[in-house]
Design a protein around this ligand. Structure first.
Ligand code: AMP
Length: 630
């Protein structure tokens, strides 16, 4: 099998290709049609098919030959605890919790918000939702109460699942108080919260509303809950991500297409075989966690490792000790994590036996050559950079060693994976010659697993992703890219106003709305600039109202406000006060210019700028930020 032949089959005969992939999974009813694209750009896969993703991820193995095999290994150096669940134990736990959900009146199509740290119960909760047909919406347990309230009002869940606290870098991160405040702020009313008491933070249980996790299981759990037969296109989850406008977008995932795409990716992209142990270092709050901590490895019937903590706490050998201990075969991590590890001596990686490791997959942000080289050397392993998004749910560009390993070009996530027709185009949507920069797009139809729509907002789905090119229906990734003469793609970063901090996506406007909500602020802007560790960092330039003091106190207030409203991921690296922002004569802030100044690049054409003095001021502000850093 060559990459070329498999890829071509997926493009030329997609119905056959995806039907073959789907047949490897369990369906209550077979589909009538592999793809319905009669209502573009809403693509529906395996129409008429009925399935349950929890059944496929858990029951299929637990009631088959893998009942005694480890399904989840949970390691929490933060708490000094670990737990291993076999497939059968997982099956038991998922059924019990599905019973709790059913007893709380949660059924098909109801939403459940999950605000849990990296504990086994989080995976159990997601699978239990899937079992009863509920749509989960995991919110990263690091987002602020305001962000949580916004998501509650959008998803309108019946139930919220949470814990007293998470643990990170030796610190307790209390969560219950955040949820209480979010529920208070949200207009939508929550019927029940199920609270996992880990014994780290105060609970202040609200009578009637709040239930203790294990008491609820005791009282309401069941030994067996029949999995709900879901239409293939029924939503399985909502996952919020940032876009170019203020409000986060609720990416809606289907059931059947996602399941098939993930299952196939485990074999063809990640080259996973029976008995492999798969360690994804992300968090269930992100798409990587959904797809490759929980669903992907379990659908494939291998062991997944869940990890609570950071790559360097208590020291930078912590992940590699785990790799050695369990004979981990696949690590999936982020460039930022490796840039952090790289600040420490290689010995932390090298003193552990990582010879079981077949691959290190990295994604989420551009991977620079030197980090690629360092990781490949330190671990003596194949390092595979691959590219995808919350919207796609699984890789779009990647080497596919499960089919045929292509030569690696460090810095390039290789070629389109099966099912994806990816092109680099100009603003008219016409393909540009190889070697030229353009917008990275997907030619429809979107392969299975991609988003169905934006929750409650089909128009926004159409406009955000398919409205970019006037006369051509193309899915806009939001990224710039280049295709080289060998058909390899190079991703050059976002073409829109989205910042990627340590692989986490943030909209500049989201941050700007918070800045301008401060009473002392006249106007302000946030931009993403290159950062040695996180890939990008946020810096803010702010114009204060007349009579306001530009002092450290105000800087602190603004920083805290951003943390409080969005969450610690959005904390700006620096905030500078200026008297004006560079604007065009029509009043548009010249982001491009500011970004160029901040990154020490040429400003390009600035003839449309209204007042040249603002550039000097911005330049001075940015320079002083850089001085502070060095
Ligand atoms: P998210 O949806 O938060 O995972 O962010 C997706 C975005 O991260 C993409 O649109 C890219 O801008 C960026 N990204 C993800 N993977 C890569 C990669 N391998 N190389 C370059 N950029 C990437």
């Amino acid at each position: 099998m060559t990459y070329e032949s498999v890829y071509n089959a997926s493009i030329k005969t997609p119905d056959k290709f995806w039907a073959d992939a789907a047949e490897q999974l369990h369906w209550y009813e077979r589909w009538d049609e592999v793809l319905d694209n009669s209502n573009e750009p809403f693509y529906r896969w395996f129409v008429g098919g009925k399935t349950n993703i929890c059944y496929n991820a858990v029951d299929r193995h637990a009631l088959g030959s893998k009942r005694g095999q480890a399904a989840i290994i949970w390691e929490s150096p933060e708490s000094g605890k670990k737990r291993i669940l076999t497939y059968f134990e997982l099956y038991r736990e998922v059924n019990k919790f599905a019973g709790v959900l059913k007893n709380l009146g949660v059924g098909k199509g109801d939403r459940v918000v999950i605000y849990l740290p990296m504990v086994v119960e989080a995976a159990i909760a997601m699978l239990a939702c899937a079992r009863v047909g509920a749509i989960h919406s995991v919110v990263f347990a690091g987002f602020s109460y305001e962000s949580m309230a916004e998501r509650i009002d959008d998803a309108k869940p019946k139930v919220v699942l949470l814990a007293d606290a998470g643990l990170r870098a030796g610190k307790v991160v209390p969560l219950k108080g955040i949820v209480d405040k979010a529920i208070e702020k949200a207009e939508h009313k929550i019927e029940h919260c199920v609270v996992l008491d880990r014994g780290y933070a105060e609970l202040n249980m609200v009578p009637e509303r709040d239930l203790d996790w294990y008491e609820a299981i005791e009282e309401k759990g069941q030994f067996f809950v029949e999995p709900e037969e879901m239409e293939s296109s029924d939503p399985s989850y909502i996952l919020y991500t940032s876009g170019t406008t203020g409000k986060p977008k609720g990416v809606v995932r289907d059931t059947g297409g996602y399941m098939v795409a993930l299952h196939n990716s485990m074999e063809q992209i990640y080259d996973v075989n029976d008995g492999d142990v798969y360690f994804t270092t992300s968090d269930i709050g992100w798409v990587v966690g959904h797809s490759y901590i929980v669903y992907g490895p379990l659908l494939r019937g291998v062991t997944t490792v869940m990890y609570e903590g950071t790559p360097i706490h208590p020291d930078p050998s912590v992940w590699w000790e785990i790799v050695e201990k369990y004979g981990i075969t696949h690590v999936f991590s982020s460039p930022t994590a490796f840039r952090i590890l790289r600040k420490h001596p290689e010995k932390y990686l090298k003193t552990h036996d990582s010879s079981s490791l077949k691959y290190l997959f990295l994604a989420g942000e551009p991977l620079d050559d030197s980090t690629w080289n360092w990781a490949a050397d330190a671990l003596d392993v194949k390092v595979i950079d691959h590219y995808w998004q919350t919207e796609s749910g699984w890789p779009m560009l990647s080497n596919m060693p499960g089919v045929e390993a292509l030569p690696i070009k460090p810095g390039s996530p290789t070629k389109p994976v099966v099912g994806y027709k990816i092109k680099v185009v100009n603003p008219d949507g016409d393909q540009v010659p190889n070697g030229q920069k353009g917008f990275l797009v997907v030619e429809p139809p979107l392969p299975p697993g991609n988003l169905l729509t934006i929750w409650g907002n089909d128009e926004r789905y159409k406009n955000s992703y398919f409205g970019f090119f006037q006369n051509k229906l193309l899915y806009m990734t939001g990224d710039y890219g280049i295709e080289d003469q060998d058909g390899y793609f190079w991703v050059l970063g976002r073409a829109d106003e989205v910042i990627n901090v340590a692989g986490h996506r943030l909209g500049t406007r989201e941050v700007e709305e918070v800045i301008s909500s401060h009473p002392a602020v006249a106007e302000g802007m946030a931009i993403g600039v290159k950062d040695e560790i996180k890939g990008q960092a946020i810096i803010c330039l702010i114009v204060l109202k007349d009579g306001q003091n530009a002092d450290d106190e105000k800087r602190k207030e603004l920083r805290n406000l951003i943390r409080e409203k969005i969450g610690p991921v959005a904390t700006p690296r620096d905030i500078k006060f200026v008297t004006m922002l560079p604007k065009t004569r029509s009043g548009k802030i010249m982001r491009r210019v500011i970004k160029a100044v901040a990154e020490g690049e040429s400003m390009g054409d600035i003839s449309t700028i209204e007042d040249g003095a603002s550039i000097d001021e911005v330049m001075n502000a940015v320079e002083s930020m850089q001085e502070e850093l060095t």
